[in-house]
Design a protein around this ligand. Sequence first.
Ligand SMILES: C[C@@](CO)(OP(=O)(O)O)[C@H](O)COP(=O)(O)OP(=O)(O)OC[C@H]1O[C@@H](n2ccc(N)nc2=O)[C@H](O)[C@@H]1O
Ligand SMILES: Nc1ncnc2c1ncn2[C@@H]1O[C@H](COP(=O)(O)OP(=O)(O)O)[C@@H](O)[C@H]1O
Length: 282
Amino acid sequence: MELIEKAPAKINLGLDVLSKRPDGYHELEMIMTSIDLADRLTFQPLPTKEIEIVTNCSFLPLDKKNNIYQTVQLLQQNYGVNEGVRIHLQKEIPVAAGLGGGSSDAAATLRGLNRLWQLNLPMTELEQLGDAIGTDVPYCVQGKTSRVTGRGEIVTTLPPIPPCWVVVAKPKVSVSTGKIFKLVAVEELYHPNISAIEAAILEQNYFEMVNHLGNSLEPVTAKRYPQVHLLKEKFMQFGADGAVMSGSGPTVFGLCHKYSRAKRVYNGLKGFCDHVSIVRTL
Ligand SMILES: C[C@@](CO)(OP(=O)(O)O)[C@H](O)COP(=O)(O)OP(=O)(O)OC[C@H]1O[C@@H](n2ccc(N)nc2=O)[C@H](O)[C@@H]1O
Ligand SMILES: Nc1ncnc2c1ncn2[C@@H]1O[C@H](COP(=O)(O)OP(=O)(O)O)[C@@H](O)[C@H]1O
């Protein structure tokens, strides 16, 4: 038997950093949605407790440092599973980009092994398990447009965002989320209006949603990597309705109502970036 799970990338339409907590993590308020740019995981059962990961991506760790490996081990330990698994990871989401690829792979592993090993765990339990792997994993378990709060573990589902095209562009740098959070001085941060984004989604008001796109971490990352602001300027120059950095960056995404506009933005950015694509939200 062989099972396949898609692991879509996420974008942060809004990301507000509220405070630094005593445990060192930051209290966040985010609006997230998933896009049609996805890794693909194929699961094959193994008779003993082995964990084998193979991938097209040459530089990813395939041992305990990989989110997928950690997730398999967590399920084996928590549910007394004596079987193993071979997982083929077709990596399409740029790594260390602010698109949550590793978190989505972990969530896809939870969903895939829940089926392969017939654990019959409800989504809420998969979300709780995901919290032990990484901040974005609980969101990625269902991947629906959501308001996400706390450290990232409180997920409230919203309706899908108004239909639009998303142009995703990653400049030629990779960013460590931990390092960016270390540079944060909470009292100096800019705070986007997360409730206004949520209200616009509830009203299905595309332009109101676009007007409120914002990310507290964008100025922090852009100070270190000026490419982020240059890229955002280019998005607006080529005609995106709005653009903002995703997560801790450095990927910037732009929203376009019309496909022709998205194509113009895509063509304009192609030479400037590691990765550019035009996708739909899910
Ligand atoms: C910032 C966000 C927003 O969607 O996106 P990315 O840029 O990673 O995609 C996420 O919250 C990231 O999620 P994830 O990449 O899973 O982060 P984790 O591995 O859990 O955390 C990496 C490090 O970031 C810091 N961190 C993370 C989350 C949080 N609420 N406060 C923090 O201070 C911590 O120092 C932690 O050790
Ligand atoms: N399955 C995985 N896919 C991508 N990165 C992974 C994975 N497992 C572990 N990592 C490590 O996690 C780090 C962050 O990766 P990623 O999830 O792509 O970042 P981001 O959340 O910023 O988009 C990378 O440096 C990588 O070495």
